[in-house]
Design a binder for this molecule. Structure first.
Ligand SMILES: [Zn+2]
Length: 58
């Protein structure tokens, strides 16, 4: 069984309907990075941003 992970921008307190799923945390991070960068001007290379995103994953 795979540990599927989900990320929602709402969990970061953003007024955004973006939702993404992937089979693991690292894959999900890759998919979410592009979105937060273009849609929310967040820099996913910053450790604080990475941590925020990982904490919001469930
Ligand atoms: Zn978003």
């Amino acid at each position: 069984m795979q540990e599927q992970k989900t990320f929602r921008c709402k969990d970061l307190g953003l007024a955004c309907e973006f939702e993404e799923k992937a089979e693991n945390e690292n894959e999900l991070m890759k998919r979410v990075e592009g979105h937060v960068q273009t849609a929310h001007q967040m820099n996913p290379e910053q450790p604080e941003v990475q941590e925020k995103i990982r904490k919001a994953m469930r």
